[in-house]
Design a protein around this ligand. Structure first.
Ligand SMILES: Cc1cc2nc3c(=O)[nH]c(=O)nc-3n(C[C@H](O)[C@H](O)[C@H](O)COP(=O)(O)OP(=O)(O)OC[C@H]3O[C@@H](n4cnc5c(N)ncnc54)[C@H](O)[C@@H]3O)c2cc1C
Ligand code: SF4
Length: 520
């Protein structure tokens, strides 16, 4: 065995890749993680809004283009742990119905090749691994589970408790958001998490957020058989002469080309970069991109229709950790609309720096600090449907071109109107929100945080690139475990499903490697 041959090579160390490494680590198999990014530096700037939001300190310095050729800077992060270093750690299961056909006003959300029951045990494991705090049974749309959450729900701070009470009084069913943070409210002196105001969208300085680096990659690297190369950008994957086997992984590192070989290659570079990698790996045997005989690689890109909506309440909102409340009462429809609208959750708390320069035209007479101290911040998500023309393409020079035309917008507009209406009729007159004090912002194409769907899995090689074990139909030793395998995007945050799937595929790989008994 040459020094550069491994049993498994995993490309990318985010939610999918990091989790898979963790699953395979105890097997004793030689595992190499190739990660284009470095370790995210631990520094005071981790928690500085100025540095993180205004300075975009941790965002990739990359330019992509849209379908018109217009350049944009994607909201993407290349670090050990991937985008989970910055995520809000809201970890929701897809709803049971999301795995079937869902009729939307704008078309059909197709069925997955597996059911919720296939994923359920892995969701339970994923919740344990990622320290999810929640309250089973509180979310009326939550799929069935016999297991409680591993940790009690994160408590609401007083202003959010007041919102929850107001919503409940108005007949709604707000629930505590399931969040993956290492907070121990019963023993605060021992809690790794200090419940700060800079979590959603920031890295965690004290490493108490359950991100893929902290909970998966770090412990996996304790095993002598697991190694990680940072700064290792995978340019392409070459195949054997038959085209049936991924034979070499070609890496650009410190300006030099390096080649690595493995019995099994797993792509986990994130839905957009994984698709781009397969497209860049086109060859004589795979003229339209590696494993792309179906033509679906890069297509059906989804990212949800997301909006941030900020309501200015007369009552001050001194909340620090605001991401504790969710509302799914419009997930499947509403009294005046038979189709699904989507999901509502709190955002991380905005602060004065985020309103700097904007406060005057947002609400004349309000200084940024005052605006922030009265803001209640919401995140609204509606399902976008998989359309073949919404896709990742690769320019001749290897650059990424993202074609995306939003769809199912009526559902999202209705969801936004529902929330505004609710906030105006909460029975909370003393702190009624003035009608004009909402700032809604639809997340633009650069908002790739919820990217998924670009290499869908399925039974049929004619309309999927990977089989139900997430193995390429056309390349025997090539797998995918990031968000690209999704068939539909549902309307909840994607990461718990990516993690659960990585655990599921991990079990298949342990079986294939004959290492199942070594792990359990
Ligand atoms: C600000 C923000 C907040 C979010 N909040 C939430 C939330 O609350 N809940 C939720 O469920 N989701 C949230 N998300 C989304 C979540 O981060 C992603 O769903 C998740 O990280 C995707 O996992 P992944 O494995 O598909 O990709 P990633 O985590 O992005 O990992 C991909 C990895 O591959 C590496 N890579 C890419 N290309 C290459 C290459 N060519 N060679 C080598 N390495 C490569 C990248 O550097 C990265 O480390 C949020 C995202 C953002 C940006
Ligand atoms: S709230 Fe907790 S997990 Fe989140 S950044 Fe702060 S200390 Fe870290």
């Amino acid at each position: 065995m040459s020094a550069d041959r491994y049993d498994v090579i995993i490309i990318g160390s985010g939610a999918g890749g990091g989790t898979l490494a963790h699953r395979l680590a105890p097997s004793g198999k030689r595992i190499l993680i190739l990660e284009r990014g470095d370790y995210l530096p631990r520094e005071t700037e981790n928690w500085s809004t100025e540095a993180v939001f205004a300075g975009e300190r941790y965002k990739a310095r990359e330019t992509w283009h849209d379908q018109e050729g217009k350049p944009f800077h994607p909201g993407i992060h290349y670090w050990v742990g991937g985008n989970t270093k910055m995520y809000g750690a809201v970890l929701l299961r897809l709803r049971e119905r999301d795995f079937g056909i869902v009729q939307h006003a704008d078309g059909v959300s197709p069925a997955w090749p597996l059911s919720y029951q296939d994923f359920a045990p892995y969701y339970t494991e994923a919740e344990r691994l990622y320290h999810v705090h929640g309250e089973r049974g509180s979310d009326p749309t939550e799929p069935p589970s016999a297991d409680p959450y591993p940790h009690p729900a994160v408590s609401h701070e007083p202003r959010i408790q007041q919102l929850a009470d107001d919503l409940a009084r108005a007949g709604h069913r707000p629930f505590p958001l399931p969040v993956g943070i290492m907070l121990d409210e019963a023993r605060p002196h021992d809690s790794a998490c200090i419940r700060c105001a800079t979590c959603d969208g920031y890295p965690c300085l004290v490493q108490a957020k359950a991100d893929a680096h902290v909970v998966c990659v770090k412990p996996a690297l304790q095993y002598p058989n697991v190694s990680l190369l940072t700064g290792a950008y995978v340019e392409r994957i070459d195949t054997s002469a038959t085209g049936r086997e991924a034979s070499e992984i070609v890496v650009r590192r410190n300006g030099e080309e390096e080649r690595y070989r493995a019995d099994i290659a797993v792509v986990a570079a994130g839905a957009i970069n994984s698709a781009a990698l397969l497209l860049r790996s086109a060859s004589w045997m795979h003229p339209d991109g590696l494993a792309n005989g179906s033509g679906v690689v890069g297509r059906h890109y989804m990212c949800h229709t997301n909006s941030a909506l900020i309501a200015i309440s007369r009552t001050p909102n001194p909340t620090r950790f605001q991401k504790t409340l969710g509302l799914n009462d419009f997930y499947y429809g509403s009294d005046d609309w038979e189709f699904p609208l989507g999901h509502i959750q709190m955002l991380g708390k905005t602060d004065a720096t985020m309103f700097e320069g904007e406060s005057h035209h947002l609400l004349p007479g309000f200084a940024a600090g005052k605006l922030a101290s009265h803001a209640l911040d919401f995140w609204l998500t509606s399902e976008d449907l998989p359309r073949p023309d919404n896709r990742v393409a690769v320019d001749r020079d290897g650059g990424i071109r993202l074609h995306y035309t939003p769809n199912n917008l009526d559902a999202h507009d209705r969801l936004t109107r529902k929330l505004r209406h609710l906030l105006n009729h909460l029975g909370c007159e003393p702190h009624l929100l003035p009608q004009n004090a909402y700032f809604g912002k639809r997340i633009p194409i650069a908002g790739t945080g919820h990217q998924n769907g670009t290499i869908r899995f399925g039974h049929d090689p004619a309309n999927s690139a990977f089989d139900i074990n997430c193995r390429a139909h056309e390349v025997d030793n090539l797998y995918v475990v990031d968000g690209s395998f999704f068939v539909s995007s549902a309307a909840v945050n994607p990461t718990l499903t990516i993690i659960a799937n990585a655990l599921r595929v991990g079990d298949h790989l342990l079986e294939r490697l004959g290492a199942r008994s070594a792990v359990r």
